[in-house]
Design a protein around this ligand. Structure first.
Ligand code: 5GP
Length: 348
């Protein structure tokens, strides 16, 4: 047994120090990025924020709403076989801003290959809770062999060594985050995890050294956390809880008494009992438990004001540190460590 004495930090452990800046307005800040991916050699440009591929958030309606802002939606796995929706999504609504993710079973991987072959969409991916297994690396190598020109996302991991391994095995973008999610219970159930800000800094460093990219996945409770993730070196930031509770989501609505207006919406983790029940993976044996929870979040109407708010927080942060575009943000950032006391409320 070893103990690492290095201090590791979460988003709530830091703030970003303001700096002198010559930028006059936040409107002049460019928050789009243009990337050329290491293995696929494909180019992509857009606002590098992604809606998580969770049942309630990763919907085709969410894609329709977010694509207008050049923000990507990772479609929930359960919708991977919805042939008609995929046709509409990639033909009419912007295939640059949509991704298909799956587990590593042959059936799921075959569907990803099929969808990519007919769409050439921006991102495909392998998404499993534990990206450290040899089975994940093998599935990734197979997928890369089948689709040399596809931009492949793979995760989740939290350390530099595994980030490098996945990139060398064929991933273009590594998904980083074990345990930080708003409806994740992995840390309390298993004791496994890694503070997310440090994970992002260390994995970004490893990925960038090899010409790869990373997604900071989970743990952003407000636009300030999204800013901190980019400032830490993330190329993309994936959010779930911040987008929950909107009209475009697929969560069950919650009503109070006779009031016809919904007051809340269900939001659940993809490893929660609710998700297992919905996907026929109910706990039927003694060794499989849930690692996610189900919560009710306030109903918030259309997602547009929320995404506008997140993007304006990002622009504003750039003006505070003198970054004329998102690419400069990380270079212009000095984090200061603070007591872990500020808010964690969605959207605040
Ligand atoms: P959030 O933005 O809500 O903090 O985090 C979203 C991320 O949480 C997702 O992209 C995914 O990586 C992770 N996640 C979603 N559902 C579960 C779950 O049930 N268990 C765990 N451990 N992580 C989850």
């Amino acid at each position: 047994m070893l103990i690492s004495e290095d201090v590791k930090l979460d988003y709530s452990d830091v703030l970003i120090r303001p700096k002198r800046s010559t930028l006059k307005t936040r409107a002049s800040v460019d928050i789009e990025r243009r990337y050329c991916f290491r293995n696929s050699k494909r180019e992509w440009s857009g606002v590098p924020i992604m809606a998580a591929n969770m049942d309630t958030v990763g919907t085709f309606k969410m894609h329709e709403a977010l694509a207008q802002f050049h923000v990507t939606t990772c479609i929930a796995k359960a919708l991977n076989t919805e042939e008609d929706w995929w046709k509409i999504a990639y033909k009419e609504k912007g295939r640059e801003y949509i991704a298909i993710m799956a587990g590593i079973s042959d059936e799921e991987m075959n569907r990803v290959v099929e969808v990519w072959n007919s769409t050439r969409m921006s991102f495909i991916g392998i998404d499993v809770a534990n990206g450290y297994t040899i089975a994940v690396v093998d599935a990734l190598k197979k997928l890369r062999d089948k689709l040399p020109q596809a931009t492949i996302v793979c995760g989740n991991v939290v350390t530099a060594d595994m980030t490098a391994e996945l990139i060398l095995a064929g991933a273009d973008i590594v998904k980083v985050g074990v345990g930080p999610g708003s409806v994740c219970t992995t840390r309390v159930k298993t004791g496994i995890g890694y503070p997310q800000l440090s994970a992002v800094i260390e994995c970004a460093d490893a990925a960038h050294g090899l010409g790869g990219h990373i997604i900071a996945d989970g743990g952003c409770n407000n636009s300030g956390d999204v800013v901190k993730a980019f400032a830490a070196g993330a190329d993309f930031v994936m959010i779930g809880g911040m987008l929950a509770g909107h009209e475009e989501c697929a969560g069950e609505l919650v009503f109070e008494d006779d009031n016809p207006e919904p007051i809340g919406m269900q939001f659940y983790g993809m490893a929660s009992e609710t998700a297992m029940e919905k996907h026929g993976k109910l706990i039927t044996n003694e060794y499989r438990g849930s690692e996610g929870k189900t919560v009710t979040v306030p109903y918030r109407g259309p997602v547009k004001p929320t995404i506008v708010d997140i993007l304006s927080g990002l622009r504003s942060a750039c003006t505070y540190v003198g970054a004329s575009n998102l690419k400069q943000l990380s270079k212009c950032t000095t984090f200061v460590r603070v007591n872990n006391t500020h808010n964690t409320i969605y959207g605040v």
